[in-house]
Ligand binder design. Structure first.
Ligand SMILES: NC(=O)c1ccc[n+]([C@@H]2O[C@H](COP(=O)([O-])OP(=O)(O)OC[C@H]3O[C@@H](n4cnc5c(N)ncnc54)[C@H](O)[C@@H]3O)[C@@H](O)[C@H]2O)c1
Length: 247
């Protein structure tokens, strides 16, 4: 496989107004890439764009909701240059028991985390498959794509759904210059975790460190990209629990 070239090419990032998305944008800028970034949060998006421009990047922004395929299509149509990376990163989490969770909230989580990610990929795929140069689509799952966390059942289910979807996509695109990654971050200090969580756990890492690890994984064309070494052990423990239940 040829090396994924970044310099002078474009990185697309959804959910770029904050957290991991903002850190990915600044990492891409530091790699000499142009940016096409979007979010629902206009002020946060502009702050990311300003920081990336200060770092020397050309930046195009779009205030949009990833639940809106038509807006994503316009965004994709306006994106300039050769696209090297598409980060379907926007996501939300809600800590609530499934037994009492409003169906509207469940729907929202799946619409943003699952359908929004796939809609993002679908909007950019025609461009990517038409390019001769290699590109990589990176869907942000979570450790919760592989293991179960208490109190966030809907989020965990939505992130689990992304794993088979990304695997199917990778198989479908195997003969094209487009690679697929599923990013599986562990705890990263961002707004999604809520106030106080960042300092509460020693395994929570800064978003900039997560972005470095994600970029390294994506550039080597890895499918499953983990930011934390404890994921493999947690996955084995979960698999063994399920295996034991099978008798
Ligand atoms: N922080 C963590 O510990 C962690 C761990 C695993 C996975 N993740 C995943 O990383 C991704 C980024 O999250 P983060 O931690 O940076 O959180 P964050 O809240 O800091 O950033 C998420 C961004 O997505 C945007 N967004 C939300 N809904 C949107 C929509 N419908 N359309 C467009 N943009 C929307 C938000 O406005 C925000 O800017 C998410 O998919 C999240 O599930 C985070």
């Amino acid at each position: 496989m040829t090396e994924l070239s970044l310099q002078g090419r474009t990185a697309v990032i959804t959910g770029a107004a904050s957290g991991i998305g903002r850190a990915l944008a600044l990492k891409a800028a530091a790699e000499g890439m142009a940016l096409a970034i979007c979010d629902t949060d206009a002020a946060g998006l502009e702050a990311t764009a300003d920081a990336a421009r200060t770092a020397g990047a050309e930046v195009a922004t779009a205030v949009l909701d990833v639940r809106d395929p038509a807006a994503l299509a316009v965004f994709a149509g306006r994106t300039q240059g050769s696209i090297a990376l598409v980060f379907a990163n926007a996501g939300i989490a809600r800590r609530r028991p499934i037994s009492t969770q409003f169906l509207d909230e469940l729907r929202l989580i799946f619409e943003i985390n699952v359908l929004g990610a796939i809609a993002t990929v679908q909007a950019f795929l025609p461009r990517l498959t038409a390019q001769a140069e290699r590109s990589q689509v990176a869907i942000t799952g979570s450790q919760a794509s592989l293991v179960i966390f208490d109190g966030i059942g809907a989020y965990t289910a939505s992130k689990h759904a992304l794993l088979p979807l990304a695997e199917a996509l990778a198989a479908e695109l195997a003969e094209t210059p487009v690679g697929v990654s599923l990013i599986a971050p562990g705890g990263v200090a961002t707004a999604i975790l809520g106030k106080g969580v960042a300092s509460a756990s020693p395994t929570v890492m800064p978003a900039e460190r997560a972005a470095d690890l994600i970029f390294a994984g994506v550039c080597r064309g890895g499918f499953l990209i983990s930011t934390h070494a404890d994921l493999a052990g947690m996955y084995v423990a979960r698999s063994e629990r399920l295996r034991a239940m099978l008798g």
